[in-house]
Design a protein around this ligand. Structure first.
Ligand code: SF4
Length: 69
């Protein structure tokens, strides 16, 4: 019998569009502000249990540059 695989989600950020407001990083610990003053995801593949805060980051981003698929 095949093992049940946990569903994975992908994080895509349009890095150029980020204005470095920090909203994502304050909401979700998968997000940090890098040396260039823009946010970046620590992980680009996340599990179901990490989905919620990344979704919250996605919806809180003022320039809509975070996409969770
Ligand atoms: S919320 Fe959006 S604009 Fe603000 S730091 Fe995060 S990715 Fe950048």
């Amino acid at each position: 019998m095949a093992e049940k695989k946990e569903k994975a989600y992908k994080i895509v950020q349009e890095h150029e569009k980020c204005i470095g407001c920090g909203a994502c990083a304050s909401i979700c610990d998968n997000w940090i502000i890098g040396n260039d003053g823009k946010a970046k995801p620590k992980k680009t593949t996340i599990s179901e249990k990490e989905l919620k805060c990344n979704k919250d980051a996605e919806s809180s981003c003022p320039v809509n540059c975070i996409h969770v698929k």
